[in-house]
Design a protein around this ligand. Structure first.
Ligand code: ACM
Length: 598
């Protein structure tokens, strides 16, 4: 009997059968020791909080359990104990699940919170239901877990500048981040196309800067529909507090000196040419309006940041710094004169002067400055953190100079890239399916030792040029951002695509409970081939869903359960080929028919 159950345990660990994994945790913990048996929640379960520091997170956990199971966790039976211990890292925890009870140990709130998240994930995904669910056995498989993240910075950028999203959607994203142990919400709040934060001293920022006449796509032709919106201070406080309760830091980004057209439209005196007429931009791209490096601008920005200090307790503030062509600095007599006074020769150095001036101000107020990788060009900021978005070369440059970097290379990290192998008329062109996001690792292998010290994290970016509503935001971000959460948390030896794809059905089940409009690309066939090779070229078919098979046709007909099964070997395709493919599970179609014409 005992032998059989050990065999079943091994099989369910993935050593043979295509069964759902017994321990279905995302991100994969640092170490997990399986054990036999399970802990079952019941009306008799008791939640014991041994240290008042953990009361708030424990009560939030209890609220979720009450919602879905109806159990109040105040019985006199088996206990879930939250214990404060010495010596664990800020985000580390130990979790023991046994038939007789659960113990979570942590030194700080963050660790205890993550222990509770892991416990929730060990339970059936209906535990995330917003309403009571009956008839479920609330069992968590027994185990011992010791866990802590590979990187302390695990971020998601949310671009409210290009499109305004209601605060409820922002909080939904923060909630999902927290479930998967991401901890930095990078809120892109100012853009050429909109200024999104109420600033009392400068009301025109939101009266004028938060609204645009219309939106124009690639073609430059507008849709005629006005767009806008902004967050009041009350909204921001609510979001920041919501995030705090989930151990998520909200990092505001105010772009300088570029991406500032909306602010300049509201206050033209911030520009190099105040007499010119400015409007909040309706088209995407890189625009030439920059803040002028004047006393007026510096006073303005210091006032803005001073109001933000009241709203965002984050020790990190993002000041942008990217994509600022210097045409207006070249054209402006004031800027040219200032360069002479400062003894600098290039307009690039003028940007460095500008950024340093604001960086010093933020530093004086106890903030660490984060900027896009252009901040490395001048090299004048004191102890900044650079976000390497133009590939890895900027990261290498920063690391060699002893500057901390966060990796956000656009080909692996930008969630506005395509995930469906079908042309989408309104999206970025880079193909970035789930597997590509998952298989990324934030390191520069040629600088392995320095990498460990100076690469502090990793961030995915939800830029919203082509994401105009909640549904699209969710389908672009999920489930890829869950893969990203594992990239940031799970160190290399434990990171495993095969295991991740087996854990995905439960992730998607959880996203269902959370009413997330996630992409179904996981169930669709992906055409894996080299776009640059000449015809005829080898073609691989892939299906992320691991429990099915691929059936396909080459004659233009729709694949059925009788069509040939793809055997995993590459085949040649020629110009003019039409391939139609679909996944099947147990003879039933899953996902959609995907068609590729060459
Ligand atoms: C960026 O993509 N311009 C940060």
């Amino acid at each position: 009997m005992k032998k059989i159950s050990v065999l079943l345990l091994l099989l369910s660990l993935g050593l043979g059968l295509a069964a759902a994994p017994r321990y279905n945790i995302v991100p994969t913990p640092k170490s997990l020791t399986p054990a036999e048996g399970q802990f079952v929640l019941s009306p008799k379960t008791d939640l014991v909080v041994e240290d008042a520091a953990f009361t708030e997170i424990a009560e939030d956990f209890r609220s979720q359990i009450v919602l879905s199971t109806g159990y109040s966790l105040s019985g006199n039976g088996e206990r879930i104990v939250l214990r404060k211990v010495q010596g664990l890292g800020k985000e580390a925890y130990r979790l023991d699940v046994a038939p007789g009870g659960v113990v979570i140990q942590a030194s700080e709130v963050n660790g205890a919170f993550y222990g509770l998240q892991t416990l929730l994930q060990l339970l059936p995904e209906k535990v995330y239901s917003p309403v009571r669910v009956k008839g479920v056995k609330w069992a968590a498989p027994a185990c011992h877990i010791e866990d802590e993240p590979a990187f302390w910075y695990r971020g998601l950028l949310f671009d409210s500048g290009r499109f305004f999203f209601p605060k409820e959607e922002v909080m939904k994203f923060i909630d999902l981040m927290a479930i998967y142990k991401q901890n930095m919400f990078h809120w892109h709040l100012t853009e050429d196309q909109g200024w999104r934060i109420q600033i009392d001293k400068y009301p025109r920022l939101t009266e004028v800067g938060a609204w645009r006449k219309e939106t124009a796509w690639h073609s430059g032709i507008g849709n005629g529909i006005p767009h806008g919106g902004y967050y009041t201070k009350e909204d921001i406080r609510e979001v920041v507090e919501y995030a705090r309760k989930r151990c998520v830091t909200v990092i505001p980004e105010v772009e300088i000196p570029g991406h500032s057209t909306a602010a300049i439209a509201a206050y033209p005196e911030l520009s190099c040419f105040p007499e010119r007429k400015y409007e909040v931009e309706t088209r995407w791209g890189i625009w030439k309006n920059l803040y002028a490096p004047t006393a007026t601008t510096f006073r303005f920005l210091e006032d803005v940041f001073t109001e933000l200090f009241e709203l965002f307790p984050s020790p990190y503030y993002h000041i942008g710094g990217d994509e600022a062509p210097k045409d207006v600095y070249k054209e402006s007599k004031y800027c040219q004169d200032l360069m002479k006074v400062l003894g600098i020769e290039s307009e690039e150095e003028l940007q460095t002067f500008f950024v340093k001036r604001m960086g010093d101000f933020l530093r004086k107020h106890g903030k660490t400055v984060i900027g896009w990788d252009e901040i490395l060009d001048g090299g004048a900021l004191e102890d900044p953190i650079a976000m390497s978005y133009r590939g890895h070369a900027p990261a290498v440059k920063g690391i060699k100079r002893g500057i901390r970097v966060i990796l956000t290379p656009n080909r692996w990290c930008y969630l506005d890239n395509q995930q469906e192998d079908q042309p989408d008329s309104v999206a970025q062109e880079i193909f970035m399916p789930l597997k590509k996001v998952y298989n990324y690792y934030p390191a520069v292998d040629s600088l392995a030792a320095l990498s460990k010290e100076f690469i502090v994290g990793y961030e995915t970016c939800l830029w919203t040029e082509y994401i105009w509503d909640n549904d699209k935001a969710e389908s672009q971000a999920f489930p890829r951002n869950v893969a990203a959460a594992e990239v940031g948390w799970t160190a290399r030896p434990n990171k495993d695509w095969k295991s991740f794809r087996e854990r995905m059905p439960k992730v998607l089940g959880t996203l269902d409970q959370k009413k997330v409009n996630y992409s179904r690309a996981y169930y669709n066939v992906i055409f894996d081939y080299d776009r640059n090779l000449p015809f005829p070229k080898p073609m691989n078919l892939e299906l992320d869903f691991p429990y099915g098979e691929i059936r396909y046709t080459l004659d233009g007909s729709t694949p059925t359960r009788k069509s040939p099964v793809y055997d995993g070997k590459p085949f040649q395709v020629d110009k003019g080929s039409v391939i139609k493919a679909r996944g099947f599970e147990g003879g039933k179609p899953i996902g959609q028919v995907v068609t590729k014409r060459f």
